[in-house]
Write a protein that binds this ligand. Structure first.
Ligand SMILES: NC(=O)c1ccc[n+]([C@@H]2O[C@H](COP(=O)([O-])OP(=O)(O)OC[C@H]3O[C@@H](n4cnc5c(N)ncnc54)[C@H](OP(=O)(O)O)[C@@H]3O)[C@@H](O)[C@H]2O)c1
Length: 303
């Protein structure tokens, strides 16, 4: 199987590059090798590689910055995705594309299912939803995997930010009225690999669907921070206070959904695939860290 992967240096992309390798030949691009903002580069890459599977892990992910750069977000998350979908269809490749809980407005009281009506409340969410619409309307083989609250031991994410803040401050205030499922990029990489295995060669080109794929269970950002502290700061003599605050005390350019929980039942029903609970995922990640590992935002920590 020949797999073209975009965004190989992103949180999910980096994990995918490793998780997909046993399935065949992975031709992985970073932005330097394939800039999604340049349509000709997309066309050139797909037509020269002619993959069986095209995995798009690249995206404009700066949620707050997107509010002032809607065109840039749309170019990468919607316009480029439409070209990827056209080109994948042209070479009969399955397109696996990652999308987000932020396509929903968060007003529902229970976890969102795939059939719920999206209603994004920020520019990033609207750009990602436009990407989903483009893929469905082009109607080539595709899997859209919506996930949430992604973290890893590298890149920019809440896990690394909060670890740093907890070490540097006596008190850290964390939003407690947004709930979701913190999901490690590593679990997304291996689940994607499992899905591809389960689809098998013959069914690759039949797939045309959207699935939610997150860790099980849910918590608030405050709950996530407390668990990060409990697992990761045992060495601190005076652990910092972690104070819950409402979203309106943490102003940000982009609004966020109050409820980011996605139901994973469809994925379990269809493929028998489910991720462990978020606490177990976090504990496993901690277990995998070398003792005393110092992780920083942007640090290229490798497992
Ligand atoms: N992070 C989350 O909490 C979260 C939640 C739900 C869904 N998702 C979705 O999951 C997917 C992967 O997210 P992630 O967390 O892995 O994001 P990430 O760590 O920010 O990685 C995104 C990657 O996309 C690349 N990229 C950005 N603009 C590009 C362009 N014009 N051309 C080519 N590459 C470009 C970035 O390259 P540079 O390093 O050069 O900028 C980066 O390597 C995205 O579709 C995202 O919407 C993420």
């Amino acid at each position: 199987m020949k797999i073209l992967l975009t965004g190989k240096n992103g949180q999910i992309g980096w994990e995918l590059a490793h998780a997909l390798a046993p399935l065949g030949e992975v031709i992985a691009f970073d932005r330097g090798g394939l800039d999604l903002a340049v349509p000709d580069q997309i066309v050139g890459a797909v037509r020269s590689v002619r993959p069986d599977v095209l995995v798009n892990a690249a995206a404009y992910t700066a949620v707050d910055r997107a509010e002032s750069e809607p065109d840039a977000a749309h170019a990468v998350n919607a316009a480029a995705v439409a070209i990827l979908a056209e080109e994948a269809k042209r070479v009969h490749a399955l397109l696996i594309h990652f999308s987000t809980d932020y396509v929903f407005d968060g007003v529902k009281d229970t976890p969102y299912v795939e059939e719920d009506r999206p209603n994004p409340i920020n520019v990033y969410g609207r750009s990602k939803l436009a990407g989903e619409h483009a893929i469905r309307s082009i109607d080539g083989p595709h899997l859209i995997l919506r996930t949430s609250w992604v973290y890893a031991t590298r890149g920019r994410n809440f896990f690394l930010t909060i670890r740093r803040l907890l070490r540097e401050n006596e008190e850290v205030r964390v939003v407690s009225d947004q709930i979701g499922a913190p999901t490690p990029a590593e679990a997304l990489g291996s689940a994607t690999s499992t899905l591809l295995r389960k689809l098998g060669g013959a069914n690759l080109r039949e797939a045309r669907d959207t699935y939610h794929l997150t860790a099980a269970g849910n918590t608030s950002w405050h709950g996530f921070a407390k668990e990060i502290a409990r697992l990761g700061l045992r060495d601190l003599p005076n652990p910092p206070r972690i104070v819950p605050i409402p979203s309106d005390q943490y102003p940000s350019a982009a609004r966020r959904p109050r409820n980011s929980c996605l139901s994973n039942k469809k994925l379990l029903r269809t493929f028998g695939v489910e991720l462990p609970r978020w606490e177990a995922c976090l504990a496993a990640l901690h277990e995998s860290l070398p003792r005393g590992a110092h992780l920083d935002i942007g640090a290229p920590y490798r497992r």
